[in-house]
Design a protein around this ligand. Sequence first.
Ligand code: FES
Length: 112
Amino acid sequence: MKNKEKPNTLLVCVNRRLDQGMASCANRGSEEIAQALERGISERHIDITLEPICCLGHCSEGPNLRLAPGGSFFHDTTLDEVPNILDILETRCGLRSKTDPIPSEKRSSNKV
Ligand code: FES
């Protein structure tokens, strides 16, 4: 990973194409990967927010994840790789204080 800027968002493509002949991340298991990552981020207090996204433009290499800002991609991810990805996220992003609100609580508290 070239960019050393601290990522604050993990974009996870959960796009599902109805045409089974066309590649899409959800057809390859990205929704289960997103759930496992969300659970791991919460349990380990990793300082990053997971954001489901519709397409990252690398459909034939999915499931795809991307760190933002920074732009590092994870391609062809599998459920088995989730613990390793969580280790990378912890190293790159650090941990939230256990008293900090979880990112989804921060988002909802910002609503008017
Ligand atoms: S469908 Fe996931 S990158 Fe396009």
